[in-house]
Design a protein around this ligand. Structure first.
Ligand SMILES: [Zn+2]
Ligand SMILES: [Zn+2]
Length: 150
């Protein structure tokens, strides 16, 4: 399922050139990428894709479940190619994003008590300090850093 064309077909989407390019780029680069970065990468590879098209394609890939968006704070929607729904840890110091495996092992990870509501999935964002930022601050306030990560 790592072949972009096969993944698109499996999700019932037509394998257009821009969908193939963006899904391929996300898989190849790994991690979490902004739409701007995808525009930049496709241009630098000699296959420019218009910004509006990149957004449009990301939306359709997201609806089809081939791409996840990782909320990493204001003005910074990041996308990733992912098979498994997972959560994210965001470092408030350096902005590093770390994937966190599903906490419960099954959707939805969390349930809530809200009358009449059916929860299908939950995406949790953990905020705090990453390992390298924690070690940089360890001498100053180790206890504070640990609590911030919870
Ligand atoms: Zn950090
Ligand atoms: Zn992720």
């Amino acid at each position: 399922m790592s072949d972009p064309a096969a993944r698109l077909r499996g999700a019932g989407l037509r394998a257009t050139r821009s969908r193939l390019a963006i899904l391929g780029l996300l898989g190849e680069l790994g991690g979490h990428r902004s739409a701007d970065e995808l525009v930049e990468r496709s241009r630098s590879r000699g296959h420019p894709i218009a910004r509006a098209t990149v957004y449009h394609v990301l939306q359709s890939l997201e609806r089809a479940g081939l791409v996840l968006d990782a909320d990493a704070g204001p003005g910074r929607t990041l996308y990733e190619s992912a098979a498994d729904r997972h959560h994210h840890f965001v470092c408030q110091d350096c902005g590093r994003i770390v994937d966190v495996p599903c906490l419960a092992g099954a959707k939805p990870c969390l349930t809530l008590v809200l009358p009449g509501v059916v929860v299908e999935e939950a995406q949790v964002i953990f905020r705090g300090l990453c390992a390298s930022c924690t070690s940089g601050r360890a001498a100053v306030a180790p206890g504070r850093a640990r609590r911030a990560a919870g």
